[in-house]
Design a protein around this ligand. Sequence first.
Ligand code: UGY
Ligand code: MN
Length: 267
Amino acid sequence: MFQRIDIEFNCGKKLTTNGMKISALTRSVVKRNHAIIARDGYINSKIPGWTDCTVNVMINEAMGAGFCQTLVTAENGAKLEGKTKASQIFFYMVEGNCKVTIENNSRKLGKGQFVYVPVEKKYLFEEMDAQTQLLTFHKLYEKQEGYNMPDVQFGDANDFTAVAYSGDETLRLQTLLPDDLSFDMAGNIFSFDSGAHLPLVETHIMEHGLLFLQGQGIYRLGKHWYPVKKGDAIWMAPYCQQWFTAMGKEQAAYIYYKNINRFPTKI
Ligand code: UGY
Ligand code: MN
């Protein structure tokens, strides 16, 4: 007699055998120098001042990272109210709409738009559509002698030219924050045609946090190869070796954080 065995990989569902869900399986991985946080592993956090929303802290210093990355999903009446302290925060609208006020400056924020909030600034996100998704990158600001503090930056990813990476038109990079030494972090969007890949295995001091916005592919992290897709977050510690190729029927794209522009050593 045959037994039916269904195995569903890589779709956010649990693996299934004989129609039974196996809840002991996950695509999420946490290692010393990298992590994949897939949505199947989310547990919610409560953040003071961030109300009527679900917050998932995907990356932070408890993991060994030098920054924090969260995903906020709004319910009806959601509000994020606070003041940046020693850390700057980059907010990127993954889905939905809201109104944002930084100090006394208000704007509407829609899908693909962002606001960078420097240290010591009041912020208020309100009038959020239910299911709005807001991605945040937080980094302790390191002041650079001879440079002013960065200003608040509002922007729309659609207004940023996608530049061919390493001369390869199948890889396109958008740099959302100014190329200016007053900034110590970057927020970039990397888009890959299906089949396109990073030109080399990168080995670098800079750290990354990323969120897949579209498509799927295979990420190499250290000696491991992971299938990844829209909604997955990845942490790459300094010197975590990395490579990616996109696959499937659509382009892949991810938004990522990178620490930049500062003296590399305390020695
Ligand atoms: O900016 C970067 O280091 C980028 N090329 N890394 C990556 O996509 N993993
Ligand atoms: Mn890199």
